[in-house]
Design a protein around this ligand. Structure first.
Ligand SMILES: [Zn+2]
Ligand SMILES: [Zn+2]
Length: 118
């Protein structure tokens, strides 16, 4: 397998180029979201299977914890509202991950003082 390393705007096939923050990340294979801003592009239709024509911007909206304890990053497509879950990678931005995980606690829809009376 050859890896031509030609200069130019086209990234090597084994890198991931983020369309939203401009980062080019290594190990593009299997990477479906940007390790820096955690945004993704809607290229796979996970409901119907196969490629999606949407190509909208997928924003990280939540963290889900799988039965194994692994974190899943929940994305929602800003174009068509499809929700997806993808595994968190070791090089994902941990500050953005934590910010996403604690967002419901940081912005509760009811006063937390109520718990003091329980
Ligand atoms: Zn990015
Ligand atoms: Zn979409």
């Amino acid at each position: 397998m050859s890896h031509p390393n030609l200069p130019g705007p086209t990234p090597a096939p084994d890198t991931f180029a983020c369309a939203w923050c401009g980062l080019t990340a290594p190990d593009g294979a299997g990477r479906d979201h940007c390790p820096s801003c955690l945004h993704a592009r809607h290229v796979l239709d996970r409901v119907a299977g196969g490629p999606s024509a949407c190509r909208g911007r997928m924003a990280p909206i939540a963290i889900a914890v799988a039965g194994s304890g692994d974190w899943r990053l929940i994305h929602r497509c800003l174009g068509c509202d499809e929700l997806t879950a993808s595994p968190v990678r070791p090089d994902d931005n941990q500050l953005v991950l934590m910010r996403t995980a604690v967002r419901p606690l940081a912005e509760p829809p009811f006063p937390l003082e109520a718990f003091g009376a329980l």
